[in-house]
Design a protein around this ligand. Structure first.
Ligand code: C5P
Length: 217
């Protein structure tokens, strides 16, 4: 059994916020694995490497010039904490994440985040591939409409706008990509607990994860 809480689920389900807070409450480290896929997509774009070029993108992923400094994420020395969050880079991340060589290149890097303290890791395949021996596995989700509303709120976009419709369409397209791919598809594992946050506050969701974890101890 690994000292890991693996939280998988679709985009904009609140995984990042919830996982980071659980990690903070337990005094554990936190891995945002989606950031590594986003960084790889941005790095490829900056290097003018096509997202479809599997070998070239995998080579970039294997030597990603990234540094994490507090809440800042530096790529080749530039702060990209905001720019990797765009929907465009999200779609790029989803595209390159379907390539087996890219996933392979990022595998050990993700495992290296597990130290003495314990790790809360969020993504799509934390429980299935990266940390299959995790002490607790959670599949965290919410309806696409609610996820789009949460994303729109973060970006200060009205829900009655064409931009909102675009966000909703992007979220659904990304879900479809992530579910249909043949390598590490997004799905709830038989040994993962389902946490539907559609009607939960962040605090309630965090508490549920902590309660489940305490019940194992
Ligand atoms: O979680 P986030 O939305 O930041 O992830 C961006 C994209 O990276 C996802 O749409 C997914 O395709 C990919 N991803 C993945 N496996 C992970 C984390 C993210 O395939 N463990």
């Amino acid at each position: 059994m690994q000292k890991v809480i693996a939280i998988d689920g679709p985009s904009a389900s609140g995984k990042g916020t919830i996982a980071a807070r659980v990690a903070h409450a337990l005094g554990w480290d936190y891995l945002d694995s989606g950031a590594l896929y986003r960084l790889t997509a941005l790095h490829a774009q900056n290097q003018q490497v096509a997202w479809q070029d599997e070998q070239a993108v995998a080579d970039l992923a294997a030597h990603l010039p990234v540094a994490f400094s507090g809440s800042q994420i530096l790529l080749a020395g530039n702060d990209v904490s905001q720019s990797i969050r765009s929907e465009q880079i999200g779609m790029g991340a989803s595209a390159i994440a379907a390539l087996p060589l890219v996933r392979q290149a990022l595998l050990q890097r993700q495992r290296d985040f597990l130290g003495e303290r314990g790790l809360v890791a969020d993504g799509r395949d934390m429980g299935s591939v990266v940390f299959p021996q995790a002490a607790l596995k959670i599949f965290l989700t919410a309806t696409p409409q609610i996820r789009a509303e949460r994303r729109a709120k973060q970006l200060n976009i009205a829900t009655q706008s064409p931009e909102f419709e675009r966000i909703l369409a992007d979220i659904m397209a990304r879900d479809e990509n992530d579910r249909r791919r043949s390598v590490a598809p997004l799905r709830q594992l038989p040994d993962a607990r389902l946490l539907d946050t559609t009607h939960l506050t962040i605090e309630q969701a965090v508490q549920q994860v902590l309660d489940w974890f305490q019940s194992l101890c």
